[in-house]
Design a protein. Structure first.
Length: 477
């Protein structure tokens, strides 16, 4: 059994993703005896195969877009032919080198996390953790491997994450039919990438590969891409997709995807066949909770296997918590991190601020990005929250004009009575950076006039957020 200090509160964390990492770090910093069990590497899928590499891919795609659109800014790039005559260059993508960089960045981030945990005294054990009914966690090497250790706990944090959902009729083979974890194995760009699923993951990868010059077909079972996002924001993204040559097939459900030599044939619900060189299956995820031992100790789960938690990340058992994509909260890395810290603060009796689900800011890393926080327009229109809505197009912003940005907007939602800011949507390059101001305003319950009195540097994209607030002012009396 791993050595533990029985004089200290013993915290065991299963899973080293954002939720598990933050839980372990917070516990160690508060003086607890912390053991973290991780099977794939610190950072989990968020760092190793999901958030970090995918957003690094998107950064490379944005660089390609900047080069392609440089002519609009008065910049021209030329290469010379054999006769020293200038001709316009094409953006060449070395996907093998690009993917190596993504995975290297991910591994470096994972190494940094490991180093930080060790420096703070966290005990790290590599293996699979499973909960036993006697209040211990057994640790095995590999799936179905032999048990090699056991640890006891006073508090347990489950942060085991989720894996890509796979369909029986479209089984990934890692070569032509792929999950988002397998895209980084490609050495060359696909000739034609068929993306099944128009949610956040599908839209982000479709946007990135389209920007890298790949022919992309995006299959959406709904009437538009990004059905969970603000309708105006989704319309902007779909317009950008189609303008850039992407083939978007709406109201079509993919029934199957099969290999035929060097092609993938995707059959749609209406019988149409879409042929491509590769297919990305982005049809959701499933929590990694199946063999965790939850039933044995009585932890409540949903029908999909997600662990039911409250606003302080506690499960149906008072000393067991869950953080991240394995819980039934929001599948965001930022939420997982906050859940991990909140769980440990609660377990150790420290001050806790329960998470307000509606106040969580989220972002879609397409180009342009979509950032949202708080109440949304559809909820105001349907009467779920009284308020006013105002939208300001980004094209009016002087900095946007300077940088050649023409797609996007700022949308604010405010309450009718006091004019308190209750929600916002930003569609812009780097919307993920701009939304912080609105997130703070909502958390601090600022009125639109209080927000409008703040200073934004001129010229900047952030002036559009302040301008939208100023436009919503109503005179007193």
């Amino acid at each position: 059994m791993a050595a533990q200090n029985t004089d200290k509160h013993r915290i065991v964390v299963i899973g080293g993703g954002p939720g598990g990492y933050e839980a372990a770090l917070a516990g160690a910093q508060l003086g607890a005896d912390v053991t973290l069990i991780e099977r794939t590497g610190l950072g989990g899928s968020a760092v190793l195969t999901d958030v970090v590499p995918s957003k690094a891919l998107i950064a490379s795609a944005e660089a390609a877009v900047a080069i392609q659109e440089a002519d609009e800014l008065g910049l021209q790039f030329f290469v010379r032919d054999d006769h020293e005559h200038p001709r316009g260059p094409e953006v060449a993508v070395n996907l093998g080198k690009l993917n190596q960089r993504l995975l290297r960045l991910a591994q470096n981030q994972s190494d940094d996390l490991r180093r930080n945990l060790k420096d703070n005294g966290v005990r790290i054990i590599e293996g699979n953790g499973r909960i036993d009914a006697d209040g211990e966690v057994s640790i095995t090497a590999g799936a179905g491997g032999q048990e090699f250790d056991r640890v006891e706990y006073d508090s347990l944090v489950l942060a085991v994450g989720a894996s890509p959902r796979e369909l029986e009729s479209a089984k990934p083979d890692g070569e032509r039919i792929l999950t988002w974890k397998q895209l980084y194995n490609l050495e060359t760009l696909p000739e034609h990438l068929v993306v099944v699923g128009s949610g956040v993951t599908g839209a982000e990868f479709a946007s990135a590969y389209n920007a890298l010059g790949v022919e992309v077909t995006l299959i959406s079972s709904r009437d538009r891409v990004l059905p969970g996002e603000d309708a105006d924001a989704a319309d902007v993204i779909e317009e950008v997709f189609t303008r850039n040559g992407m083939n978007v097939l709406s109201k079509r459900r993919a029934e199957s995807a099969v290999r035929e030599g060097d092609e993938v044939v995707v059959t749609l619900s209406d019988g149409t066949e879409v042929r491509g060189s590769h297919c990305l299956m982005a049809v959701g995820s499933i929590p990694n909770t199946a063999d965790l031992g939850l039933e044995e100790i009585g932890v409540k789960t949903t029908g999909s296997g997600h662990i039911v938690v409250n606003r302080v990340a506690r499960t149906s058992l008072p000393n067991v918590y869950a953080a991240g994509d394995c819980s039934d909260f929001l599948p965001l890395a930022s939420v997982a991190s906050t859940q991990g810290r909140t769980a440990v603060f609660h377990a150790l009796g420290d001050e806790v601020r329960p998470i307000i689900r509606r106040n969580v800011a989220s972002n879609v890393f397409t180009y342009p990005e979509i950032a949202t926080v708080g109440w949304q327009e559809v909820e105001v229109r349907e009467g779920l929250r009284s308020g006013r809505v105002y939208k300001l197009d980004l094209a009016q912003n002087p900095r946007a004009k300077m940088q050649g940005f023409r797609d996007g907007f700022v949308k604010l939602m405010i309450g009718n009575n006091l004019g308190t800011i209750i929600g916002g949507v930003i569609v812009a390059p780097r919307a993920s950076e701009l939304v912080l101001a609105l997130s703070i305003a909502i958390e601090q319950r600022l009125t639109v006039d209080e927000f409008a009195s703040s200073w934004a540097a001129y010229p900047s994209l952030s002036t559009s957020v302040v301008d939208a607030a100023r436009a919503m002012h109503r005179p007193v009396g």
